[in-house]
Design a protein around this ligand. Structure first.
Ligand SMILES: N[C@@H](CCC(=O)N[C@@H](CS)C(=O)NCC(=O)O)C(=O)O
Length: 244
């Protein structure tokens, strides 16, 4: 039975798992979980994961949630000497990957997601713009994370661990692309970040990169999808709880 990946490519962690599986030629069945219609709250998905979030991986009887855990599982299960750079056996390189993966949850992911929600989703769901001071504060947090990313995690290296791309770069790029999907050009005034994005895109392959990000680059259509599926009322209290 092939591996199953439960994904919606609007989601950053889903994109990292999708890109990694495709790039490293891991055969899998793509099980689409439509977040915009609330499929994650349905009975069928509940049998797969009570966490009710994507991505989820099923390998036979073994079900795994959490993108970072899934990425490491796939890298360890299917890794070869050629693909070692994704999650290196070398103690200190692996520690560098883990360092980024540990940092990003509460920094790049949290801050990029907040800006994404504030710009693309919240105004549609609440019917009003996010107050300026809240938006400015969200942008400040994201700016700080991007600065730490450039100055500490990249410094003067082509990729986070050095000469080769790793899971850390993959997880970073999918998160950074989330606010970019709302029309925010984060690369324009950040040449180091822009050059790194180009290298990552080249390593992954432009076609795969664009395939994975197509949905998020068309995020303007998402509110309409929510509306068509009656998700607006359902999401309102959740959003208010998240951002009050
Ligand atoms: N820490 C988790 C985060 C998973 C997550 O938050 N997934 C979101 C999409 S990005 C989701 O499924 N949200 C659905 C919901 O909360 O209803 C991971 O890295 O896999």
């Amino acid at each position: 039975m092939p591996l199953e990946l439960y994904l919606d490519l609007h989601s950053q962690p889903c994109r990292s798992v999708f890109i990694f599986a495709k790039k490293t030629n891991i055969p899998f069945d793509f099980k689409f979980v439509d977040l915009a219609t609330g499929q994650q709250y349905g009975e069928d998905f509940g049998k797969i994961s009570v966490v009710r979030k994507v991505p989820v991986m099923r390998d036979g009887d073994f079900i795994l949630t959490e993108s970072v855990a899934i990425l490491k599982y796939l890298a360890e299960k299917f890794g070869t000497s050629d693909s070692d750079h994704w999650y290196p056996a070398d103690l200190q390189k692996r520690a560098r990957v883990n360092e980024y993966l540990s940092w990003q949850h509460a920094a790049m992911r949290a801050h990029g997601s907040k800006v994404f929600w504030f710009r693309a989703i919240v105004p549609i769901i609440t019917g009003s713009d996010v107050p300026k001071e809240k938006m400015d504060s969200a942008m400040e947090d994201l700016t700080l994370s991007l600065k730490v990313f450039e100055e500490k995690f990249l410094d003067d290296r082509p990729f986070i661990i050095g000469e080769k791309i790793s899971l850390a770069d993959l997880v970073a790029i999918v998160e950074i692309m989330q606010p970019v999907g709302t029309g925010l050009d984060l690369f324009e005034k950040r040449p180091t970040l822009g050059a790194w994005r180009d290298r990552v895109k080249m390593e992954l392959g432009e076609a795969l990169f664009d395939e994975a990000h197509k949905t998020i680059m068309d995020v303007a259509s998402l509110p309409q999808t929510f509306e068509n599926n009656g998700m607006l009322e359902f999401l309102k209290p959740k959003i208010q709880k998240m951002f009050n």
